[in-house]
Design a binder for this molecule. Structure first.
Ligand SMILES: CC(C)(COP(=O)(O)OP(=O)(O)OC[C@H]1O[C@@H](n2cnc3c(N)ncnc32)[C@H](O)[C@@H]1OP(=O)(O)O)[C@@H](O)C(=O)NCCC(=O)NCCS
Length: 188
């Protein structure tokens, strides 16, 4: 079959314009996936911004975020989209004896959710904790937070008994949380 003569006479750019007239503008290309890396001191203002954007009234105060960075920098990971823009973070804190850790923060900004980034952050921080000899990881999750709960369950976390992990007023009156935990075994 020969091509339409008009089609043949159009250069590539003109063909694209004609295609756009028929179908509407092409959707913007997917932004490049952000790079996962260890947090740096210079990330602190941006970390504070996304923490406040996601967690609002329960965001970490700036001074605490700073000191958490000082204490746990190796297990403070960010998603860097370039030019200083962050799209998420995870923070794990290890207890004094070095065997147990807590996930103290995990978030992905709204515009980047459901692309596997939350899972990527968790998988990497768990690998680093395992490499540091940590044996058990705990975290708390709001009982109604389905997205986070499903993510944690898919990674092997389970509610820590008693009461199916439910701790009433854990963060103060009315602020119930479920405690979940994961045993880290070598090579898993
Ligand atoms: C929880 C959070 C980090 C997940 O990040 P994300 O990048 O969107 O998650 P992913 O795309 O990696 O999804 C991983 C898994 O989480 C679960 N999940 C994530 N979002 C979900 C949703 N909206 N509904 C149902 N399940 C969801 C799914 O099991 C998913 O696996 P699947 O894609 O194979 O179905 C993100 O929703 C977030 O920042 N929420 C607000 C902050 C928060 O709740 N943090 C946790 C506090 S404990």
């Amino acid at each position: 079959m020969t091509a339409d003569p008009l089609e043949r006479s159009l250069d590539r750019h003109e063909q694209l314009n004609r295609h756009e007239q028929l179908t509407g503008p092409a959707p913007p290309p997917d932004p490049r996936p952000p790079v996962l890396r260890t947090a740096r001191e210079s990330d602190l203002p941006e970390l504070r911004r996304i923490d406040e954007e996601v967690f609002q009234e329960v965001a970490y105060p700036g001074f605490l975020l700073r000191q958490l960075y000082d204490l746990y920098a190796g297990h403070f990971l960010v998603l860097d989209e370039g030019e200083g823009r962050l799209r998420g973070y995870v923070l794990a804190a290890t207890t004094a004896l070095g065997r147990d850790s807590w996930i103290l923060g995990l978030c992905v900004t709204h515009d980047r959710r459901r692309h596997g980034l939350g899972r990527e952050l968790m998988v990497e921080v768990l690998a680093r904790l395992r490499g540091s000899g940590v044996e058990k990881v705990r975290l708390t999750v709001e009982p109604a937070n389905r997205a986070a709960t499903l993510l944690y369950r898919s990674l092997g976390f389970h509610p820590e008994e008693p009461d199916a992990g439910l701790r009433r007023d854990y963060f103060g009156p009315g602020l119930d949380r479920q405690v979940m935990c994961l045993e880290l075994t070598r090579g898993r």
